[in-house]
Design a protein around this ligand. Structure first.
Ligand code: ZN
Length: 353
């Protein structure tokens, strides 16, 4: 149970308020020791009480309590014993914290809670409108949700062109069904101050990784690839911005990812240089897979046709070629190439016209 919340209801304006919306003095004048026009949002909405129950609140925390952030609380022995369920309090607090954050964003022209989509099918936790008309729905989730229920919500928003941004409580984590949907993979800390970013763990650098594509994936990366192990980077909610794509990473995170990529690029260059100075020893194929006798259709081009021959590998063969018939040719004798063998004498390749 929890006896504290950042949300209250102002009976004068009849709208929900966040404790940081106004000063301590303002709330004290309206709360339990004031005119009683600031009441518990949860009790009023019928959580653990009859709907419409008015419990004037106390302002707690804030400056005088050191680092404790301000909050509202029931007066002693008033309201439900022990307070409200943590799930319902967290959900309301999270919505109002995101609402407050969204309203402070430069591109946001409107932000509201409890908003129905245009087709009346879905109520979002926080609805946000941007200056270009983009509609976003911020959703917070702390209770288990079946995959089917989530997919239905996801479809309803998509059907009306709303950009969804999902924040999951760390107790749940990001469920698999949402992990790779854009903007559906954020976490919101229990204390509501930080957002968790899923960062793809660096792919293993094996073999000739430095010559393979996807060099940036050898560093921590965002978004993570499907199947990646992820680590969660927690950053202050107020360092995120909102744009038509949804939540935008803090600039410091982009800088950290860039630095990690740069480090990988430097290591790749060093590894490539190391390989150039210490070329690996490639083993020659030992078992000839071609017949030592040329097929009947092959022109007879051996220096001494009919004599004994064995396969020889072209000196310029590149590693990784798996078809010996492309780079081997039979020779009748060991030793340096005789002038009788033309330079383009590679079986399987058409001769230049
Ligand atoms: Zn209450």
């Amino acid at each position: 149970m929890r006896d504290r919340s950042v949300v209250g209801l102002d009976l004068i304006t009849n709208i929900s308020v966040h404790v940081e919306d106004a000063s301590r003095a303002h709330w004290q004048n309206k709360g339990h020791n004031g005119d009683g026009t600031l009441v518990c949002w949860h009790c009023y909405h019928g959580t653990d009480a009859l709907p419409g129950t008015q419990v004037p609140l106390l302002y707690k925390g804030g400056r005088t309590a050191g680092k404790v952030r301000p909050y509202f609380a029931h007066p002693p022995r008033v309201g439900p014993p022990g307070g409200h369920h943590p799930e319902t309090v967290w959900h309301a607090d999270a919505k109002h914290t995101l609402l407050r954050w969204a309203a402070s964003q430069p591109r946001v022209t409107a932000a509201t809670t409890e908003y129905w989509t245009a087709d009346g099918r879905r109520r979002s936790d926080v609805a946000v409108t941007l200056d270009d008309g983009t509609q976003l729905a911020l959703e917070v989730q702390r209770q288990d949700l079946t995959d089917q229920a989530w997919i239905r919500r996801h479809e309803d928003y998509a059907a009306v062109g709303v950009v969804e941004v999902w924040f999951w409580h760390p107790r749940l984590g990001v469920p698999g069904v949402a992990r790779h949907e854009p903007q559906c993979h954020w976490q919101l800390a229990d204390d509501l101050t930080r957002v968790g970013i899923p960062i793809g763990v660096a792919h293993p650098a094996i073999g000739d990784w430095f010559d393979q594509p996807g060099l940036s994936l050898r560093a921590p990366h965002y978004p993570p690839c499907r199947g990646d192990e992820t680590s969660t980077w927690w950053r202050d909610l107020n360092s995120f911005t909102i744009d038509p794509q949804g939540l935008h990473l803090p600039t410091t995170v982009y800088a950290e990812l860039r630095a990690a990529r740069a480090d990988v690029a430097v290591r790749a260059r060093a590894a490539r240089e190391h390989q150039r100075m210490n070329p690996p020893l490639f083993s020659l194929p030992t078992t000839p897979t071609v017949s030592p006798t040329p097929a009947a259709s092959t022109p007879d081009w051996t220096p001494n046709a009919g004599g004994p021959s064995h396969p020889v590998q072209r000196v310029d063969t590149l590693p990784g070629m798996d078809d010996p018939s492309r780079y081997e040719y039979p020779r009748s004798a060991c030793g340096p190439d005789s002038p009788a063998v033309p330079a383009d004498d590679v079986r399987g390749l058409p001769k230049a016209a």
